[in-house]
Design a protein around this ligand. Sequence first.
Ligand SMILES: Cc1cc2nc3c(=O)[nH]c(=O)nc-3n(C[C@H](O)[C@H](O)[C@H](O)COP(=O)(O)OP(=O)(O)OC[C@H]3O[C@@H](n4cnc5c(N)ncnc54)[C@H](O)[C@@H]3O)c2cc1C
Length: 370
Amino acid sequence: MPPTHHEVVIIGSGPAGLTAAIYTARADLAPLVLEGEPSSDSDQPGGQLMLTTDVENFPGFPEGVMGPTLMTDMRAQAVRFGAKVETVKASRVDLASTPIGIWVGDPDAAEPTHTADAVIISTGARSVMLGLEAEERLIGHGLSTCATCDGFFFRDQEIAVVGGGDSALEEATFLTKFASKVTVVHRRDELRASKIMQNRAFENPKIEFAWNSVVDDVLGEEAVTGIRLRDTATGDLRELPVTGLFVAIGHRPNTDLFAGQLAMDDNGYLLTHPDRSTTDIPGVFACGDVQDHTYRQAITAAASGCMAAIDAERWLQSRQCWSTSGPSGAAPARWSPQSSRKSPTSRPVRCASPRSTWTRPPNWPAATRS
Ligand SMILES: Cc1cc2nc3c(=O)[nH]c(=O)nc-3n(C[C@H](O)[C@H](O)[C@H](O)COP(=O)(O)OP(=O)(O)OC[C@H]3O[C@@H](n4cnc5c(N)ncnc54)[C@H](O)[C@@H]3O)c2cc1C
């Protein structure tokens, strides 16, 4: 089957991808959204909010909204304006070709499944979990990975945070605004966190530490009722009655697909240009948690999805100035690995560049393509 060509393909269907879909669809770009495939973790159609219950901080919902309802509505809004959504995962991309190649299914197939003039990457991130069976059952029911999102639900309750780095202590300190007691569970007898964060936590009368302890199990059928701790030195087990557990042992962006093709930071987050969604490859944009390790909120992901859609639209428009190819819809009829973006015949000098004013910051990693 020859590849199907699209002006814009969006990879990922969390708040970032679906907002990008709404904006590009309303700009008449008929985007194709590859929404991912069902799974038991955050990497699924609709993204991380499919794992939670009440979302109380997304503007426009004075009574709050269920995470899955919000995502189903965002999807319907994108479809209403003409976005096409496929419940599949991208298995390979060739971001250096013109048009860009995107594979679904067999990544070794000779030809991509889809080609696109522009690609918006919104594959999100996932929290590193403890690997316990109970996590799947209790996430959103007392078990959380986001203090900013869920701390409010634990007013005057005793809860625990697992982790020993800066994020864990930041979450624990934040949670003391609501909880009556926060126990930080850490596998060693000293923390990895910076001294300033440690001092802040040690001085906080609501924070206690369970040293040399790992979470052996999370207790409760329909909601968290406690955790079972195992002493890493003696192997002894004990139960801690808590109504909430925050897992703060790290996040991983879903960027394996782009390894070797796009610039990433040391933790694998995609690098975009300051205040833009543009990446080092023309026509490739990134938005949401896949490029944001700081805010990690639905509203910030949605906002950056809007930026990516506008950046993509303007970039596509700028290509209409190209001297030989005509309007942006006149992409090469067939994808071929030879139709590289560096080829002078397929890429004449364009008359406008959305990044002509951008200058490479001193710490920017080497570009994979120019
Ligand atoms: C339990 C929980 C509760 C939360 N509560 C709140 C809250 O109350 N308020 C708030 O603002 N934020 C909350 N957050 C954070 C919020 O969910 C994220 O910040 C937001 O979802 C990030 O959106 P995103 O679109 O960048 O990525 P994600 O939501 O992570 O979506 C990524 C998408 O990419 C897809 N994908 C990945 N790889 C591929 C591939 N190869 N091909 C195709 N698709 C792919 C996935 O299937 C998914 O659709 C919560 C997070 C969690 C985990």
